[in-house]
Design a protein around this ligand. Structure first.
Ligand code: AQP
Length: 329
C-alpha cells in the first residue's frame, strides 16, 4: 500500500479542470492506497483572499471532495492549516531551496506577471508544497500537468535533504491522467481552465446549474471548421472539448470522432453539455446533502487528527537530523 497526498487551494469554486485533472484520480486511488487529501488554505493566501470568502470556500471545497466520491472512511480529508507541521516543514525546506529554483517556476512567472506588488509567499509556494508532500512521505501525488514542475522540485529537495542529513524522505512520483491532464479555458484554449479566473464563461464550476453549463458549452470558442477531430496543434478548442467529453463519459477520443463524423459542432456541443450535466448532477445532489447535514466539521476534525499523527513523526525526525534540540511541551 502506497501513501498518496494531494490538495487543492480554496482560491475559487472547484472547476471541471480540478475534477478531471485531480479529483477523479483521488477517488480512484483511495481504494488501493493510504490517502491524504487537503484543502490547501495556506497556499490560497499567497494571493489576497477575503477572510469570509476563504472560510466559505474552504468548507465548500471540502464538501465537494466528499461529494465527488472521496470516502472519509477510506481517505483523510483535512484543512492544511489544521496541521501546523506543513508550515513548519515548509520553512525548513525553504532554507534548502535556492532563489534560482524558485525563479524558474512557471506558475510563479504566470501568477506574478504584470503585478506591481508580489507577495513573498507566492515565490516560496513550491517549498511549502514540497513540505505538504514530504511530511507524509507520500509515494504518489495525483495532480494535473501544471503541477509537474513543482513535483520535480519536491523530488530535488527530498534528494538534497537525504544527501545532507541521511535517508529520511521518499521521492514522490506524480500521478497524472493521460487524457484531461490540462483542461483548457472555454474561451481561450491557450490558457488552462482556472478556478480563480474572473471570466465565469471560461470555466465550468462543479456547482454550476444545468442551464448555466448548457449556456457555457454552447458559447465555448471553436474554430471555424466543422470537423470533430482531436488535434491539439491545429484544433485546440475542439480537442479540449473532446477530452472533457471523453473524461466525463468514458468514451475514447476515437469513438467520439466516429460518433460525430460528418456532423457540425452544434450537435456535438449539445451532447457534451448533457454529458457534463449528467456527470455533475449526482455530485451536486450529494454536495447539498452534505452541507445540510453539517457532517463536514467532523470529517475535517478526524482527518486532521490522523494527518497530525503522521506529520508530527516526520517533523520530529527532520528536526532531530537538522540539529534542533528536542522541545519539551
Ligand atoms: N485546467 C486544469 N486541468 C487539469 N488539472 C487542473 N488542475 C487545476 N486546473 C486544472 C489541477 O487541480 C489541482 C488544483 O490545484 P491548485 O488549487 O493547487 O491550483 P492550480 O493548479 O493553480 O489550479 P487552479 O484551478 O488553476 O487554481 P487557481 O486559479 O487558484 O490558480 C492540481 O492538481 C492541478 O494540477
Amino acid at each position: 500500500m502506497k501513501r498518496v497526498l494531494s490538495g487543492i487551494q480554496p482560491s475559487g469554486r472547484l472547476t471541471l479542470g480540478n475534477y478531471i485533472g485531480a479529483m477523479k484520480n483521488f477517488v480512484k486511488l483511495q481504494d488501493l492506497h493510504q490517502c491524504y487529501f487537503m484543502v490547501a488554505d495556506l497556499h490560497a493566501i499567497t494571493v489576497p483572499q477575503q477572510p469570509e470568502t476563504l472560510r466559505d470556500l474552504s468548507e465548500a471545497n471540502a464538501a465537494l471532495f466528499i461529494a465527488a466520491g472521496i470516502d472519509p472512511a477510506k481517505s483523510n480529508v483535512f484543512l492544511q492549516s489544521a496541521v501546523p507541521q506543513h508550515a513548519e516543514l515548509g520553512w525548513l525546506l525553504t532554507t534548502l531551496t535556492t532563489m534560482g529554483e524558485l525563479e524558474r517556476m512557471t506558475q510563479f512567472k504566470e501568477k506574478s506577471n504584470g503585478k506591481e506588488s508580489i507577495g513573498a509567499g507566492l515565490f516560496v509556494y513550491p517549498s511549502l508544497m514540497a513540505a505538504d508532500i514530504l511530511v507524509y512521505n507520500a509515494d504518489l501525488v495525483p495532480v494535473g500537468e501544471d503541477q509537474k514542475q513543482h513535483l520535480e522540485l519536491t523530488r530535488d529537495l527530498a534528494g538534497r535533504f537525504n544527501h545532507r542529513y541521511g535517508e529520511c524522505f521518499t521521492l514522490p512520483e506524480p500521478y497524472i491522467p493521460e487524457v484531461g491532464a490540462r483542461v483548457m479555458s472555454l474561451d481561450d484554449a491557450s490558457k488552462k481552465m482556472s478556478k480563480s479566473s474572473s471570466v465565469a464563461a471560461s470555466f465550468i464550476a462543479l456547482l454550476d446549474p444545468p442551464d448555466v453549463i448548457r449556456k457555457k458549452i454552447s458559447r465555448a470558442t471553436t474554430d471555424s471548421g466543422a470537423e470533430v477531430r482531436y488535434d491539439e496543434a491545429t484544433k485546440p478548442e475542439i480537442s479540449n472539448l473532446m477530452s472533457i467529453y471523453s473524461q466525463c463519459s468514458g468514451s475514447s477520443l476515437e469513438d467520439i470522432r466516429l460518433k460525430y463524423e460528418g456532423q457540425m459542432y452544434g450537435g456535438f456541443k449539445k451532447d457534451l453539455a448533457e454529458v457534463i450535466v449528467n456527470t455533475l448532477e449526482p455530485l451536486q445532489k450529494r454536495y447539498y446533502e452534505i452541507r445540510e447535514s453539517g457532517e463536514i466539521q467532523d470529517i475535517l476534525a478526524q482527518g486532521a487528527r490522523n494527518a497530525h499523527e503522521v506529520a508530527s513523526r516526520t517533523l520530529d525526525d527532520v528536526k532531530q537530523r537538522m540539529g534542533f534540540l528536542p522541545s519539551k511541551h
